[in-house]
Design a protein around this ligand. Structure first.
Ligand SMILES: Nc1nc2c(ncn2[C@@H]2O[C@H](COP(=O)(O)OP(=O)(O)O)[C@@H](O)[C@H]2O)c(=O)[nH]1
Ligand SMILES: [Mg+2]
Length: 353
């Protein structure tokens, strides 16, 4: 991946907070699926809610058994919190990919409590950790623009190759469809024929229209054509799929910035959101990727995929705390309903309890 990234300022609307309130209000009543508690989770019966939570717990089982399993073994039979215990704790957190800086903060917080004699029971240390981790996961939303009434919400989906962009778009489109919303998928990853095909297959599967051009077309021109079509067809949400690697010498970030600019020219205020997809199995590398993409494009939300495939789900904590960009969804499998809106309390409960 190219690493030279020209810095771009976030669009003015992101900094001023001067959001068109009508647009925001309009969105508040739409897109339940795009919200924290998705798919009308609040409308679900306790049994259904339990099932959803069990699915999350199962998806995170590798992380749970590693992190909580190690913590329990560490605290077993210990009567007081010693320096040795804290050192071992540091190791457990580090192994779970919580990250050096975040681990250090957690350990320091525990040390302070011990020094102030507010804490000396190892069993309580676990709940102190749990509370701290929860606070690290509660990241306020990044301000972004909203569509005017009658206009589609446009989401630019970015990330390196293979992280799960196309799959996530398919899953999101499925969620929107199940709420009776009209989604349009835009195949702006024109560099591989297979990439376009993959999006077309998802479109057919979830019943969403796909806008495509021939392989090798200018990705910006696909977006240029798609937006007027989305407006005239009264689409609710436009999801733009992009490449994560270019076969030419072109700089990926420059290409994505061009797509961003063209989108805004075609529909002022768009893209309203920029979602960065990160693969949880890549560990700390995900954090440096996020820093690069955010600098170049101004990320409004993160989607962390493949949490089902890793014992290092602690990356969720590092990503939230170090980047300060909210995690919107987590991927816990390859199936269409394996995308969960990220909820800090549910996540902590699924890992610790
Ligand atoms: N286990 C698992 N696999 C995933 C998840 N999300 C995506 N994948 C898989 O990751 C691979 C790459 O996904 P793709 O959407 O093509 O990535 P893209 O290059 O970013 O568009 C595919 O095999 C997906 O099925 C997830 O949450 N869990
Ligand atoms: Mg793709």
């Amino acid at each position: 991946m190219d690493v030279s990234i020209p810095f771009v300022e976030r669009p003015a609307v992101l900094r001023s907070g001067a959001l068109p309130l009508d647009g925001r209000e309009c969105q508040r009543h739409m897109f339940k699926f795009l919200k924290k508690k998705d798919g009308g989770k609040n409308d679900e019966s306790p049994a259904q809610e339990q099932g959803v939570f069990q699915r999350l717990r199962q998806g995170l089982s590798k992380t749970r058994s590693t992190l909580t399993g190690r913590l329990d073994r560490l605290f077993l039979g210990k009567r007081e919190i010693t320096d040795d215990l804290l050192e071992e704790l540091e190791e457990v957190l580090f192994i779970s990919d919580i990250g050096v800086a975040t681990t250090q903060e957690l350990i320091n917080a525990a040390k302070e409590k011990v020094a102030r004699k507010e804490l000396n029971d190892p069993q309580k240390l676990k709940s102190v950790l749990r509370d701290h981790i929860l606070s690290f996961l509660q990241v306020p939303p990044v301000e972004h623009s909203f569509p005017a009434p009658g206009e589609p919400l446009v989401i630019l989906v970015i990330g390196v190759n293979g992280v799960g962009k196309t799959t996530t778009i398919g899953k999101v489109a499925h969620g929107l469809k199940s709420e009776g919303k009209k989604a349009m998928l835009v195949a702006a990853d024109t560099f591989r024929a297979a990439a376009v095909e993959q999006l077309v297959i998802w479109g057919e599967r979830v019943g969403a229209q796909v806008i495509r051009q021939a392989q090798g077309a200018d990705p910006s021109s696909v977006v240029f054509d798609a937006l007027p079509a989305a407006i005239s067809r009264k689409v609710d949400v436009v999801l733009i799929d992009t490449a994560g690697r270019l076969h030419t010498k072109k700089n990926l970030m420059e290409e994505l910035q061009k797509i961003h600019r063209v989108t805004g020219r075609r529909l002022p205020g768009a893209p309203h959101e920029v979602w960065l997809v990160l693969d949880a199995t890549t560990g700390q590398n995900a954090i440096s990727q996020a820093e690069m993409f955010d600098k170049a494009l101004g990320v409004t939300g993160i989607i962390l995929t493949k949490l089902d495939g890793t014992a290092k789900g602690g990356i969720v904590v590092g990503v939230s705390h170090q980047l300060g960009i909210p995690i919107r969804y987590i991927g816990i499998g390859e199936k269409v309903d394996d995308l969960r809106p990220f909820d800090a309390a549910d996540f902590v409960q699924a890992i610790f309890d």
